[in-house]
Design a protein around this ligand. Structure first.
Ligand SMILES: [Zn+2]
Length: 357
């Protein structure tokens, strides 16, 4: 293993965009503390010496157009200059918004570059605001530009990157990323998410992609309060075989941590052991398929005190290290009816995917 097989991409100015709302507004949850406390944890855990630290570059505004309509770029730019206003549902402007979002896009693009050139094996962009709810033409859900989708399109400018698998384990359905690639047969989007009203009527298992891309959109909607064992089943039964069948040139990950049991927004019941398993699964897929590596961008995760252990677990999984024992790992009782309901969902999804495999 190279000395630095993992890079962490960061920029302190990603702290500057602050939503103007007091709790309990949803916007109040995406605070700079999410990243500051996580970094403090990674430092104490000795992770920062093990990994390569890279400062995020600022993306050029035109790079946003790889994915978004000019309307999205123009409205974020204008409202950021105005310093306030609503860009979409739960997506408000602040005076530092444009700078922060261009850094978040730049961080994800840099992560893609580091992984595809084999500078490191895995590159994680620890930036905010998140991106996976932003669609071609709309900012929403704390997301303005779709950082990871832009990084995927950026990577695909290189001829050797002609197929990308995206794994999204944020608590919520990444409606923006799914929409952006829904008709693109070269990009596979796999989302494990909590199925609930926040998905705006989307995120069902029967949304499989359009035209030539049929079979490349894979939604795994698990029920509320799903435990670690259901995430493991989703990974083993669907995510891993789906990526192996698709045979991507590289893997991209939307890494959201709001499925953690202690998260104030998501309603799932997993701890950092699930995030280690997902990181470990990505690393094994990279090795098995002889890929250059993977790149990850932070999505949600709103309890600053569990972001650190969750990200540490992901990085150790990616690095091929054993599962660490971390302070958030509590034994909780799995509700049998929830585990059974999820198994039925996975059975139905596998039956629908068979025609493409
Ligand atoms: Zn989320």
């Amino acid at each position: 293993m190279p000395q630095h097989s993992i890079a962490l991409i960061h920029h302190p100015e990603s702290y500057n965009h602050v939503q103007p709302f007091p709790k309990p507004n949803l916007e109040a949850f995406d605070t700079p503390l999410r990243i500051q406390v996580a970094l403090e944890h990674l430092k104490k855990a000795g992770m920062l010496e093990q990994i390569r630290k890279v400062q995020a570059p600022r993306a050029e505004p035109e790079e946003v157009l790889l994915v978004h309509s000019p309307y999205v770029l123009d409205s974020v730019t204008l409202m950021s200059h105005l310093g306030s206003g609503e860009l979409g549902e739960a997506a408000h402007a602040s005076p530092d918004l444009l700078d922060s979002v261009l850094l978040a896009v730049g961080g994800a693009m840099r992560a893609a570059e580091l992984a595809m050139t084999k500078d490191v094996k895995h590159a994680f962009s620890l930036m905010r605001p998140p991106g996976h709810h932003a669609s071609t033409s709309t900012s929403m859900g704390l997301c303005y530009f779709n950082n990871l989708a832009i990084a995927v399109k950026h990577a695909m400018k290189q001829p050797e990157i002609d197929r990308v698998s995206i794994i999204d384990f944020d608590d919520h359905f990444g409606n923006g990323t799914a929409e952006i690639f829904y008709s693109n047969p070269h990009v596979q989007y796999i989302s494990i998410h909590e199925y609930d009203y926040e998905n705006m009527g989307l995120g069902h298992g029967d949304e499989l992609g359009h035209g030539d891309a049929a079979g490349t959109n894979i939604n795994i909607p698990l029920v509320e309060s799903s435990p670690d064992v259901s995430y493991q089943a989703a990974a083993e039964r669907i995510v891993i075989p789906a990526v192996e069948k698709f045979r991507p040139s590289i893997i991209a990950v939307s890494a959201g941590y709001d499925a953690h049991y202690a998260d104030p927004v998501g309603n799932m019941n997993v701890d950092s052991r699930t995030f280690w398993k997902l990181g470990n699964a990505v690393n094994k897929l990279v090795d098995k398929m002889n890929l250059p590596g993977s790149f990850l961008a932070l999505e949600g995760g709103y309890n600053p005190f569990v972001m650190g252990p969750s990200i540490e677990a992901t990085l150790r999984g990616l690095n091929g290290e054993p599962m660490p024992k971390l302070e958030d790992q509590l034994d909780r009782v799995d509700q049998e009816e929830i585990v059974d309901a999820n198994e039925n969902i996975l059975d139905g999804l596998l039956a629908a995917l068979e025609q493409f495999w």
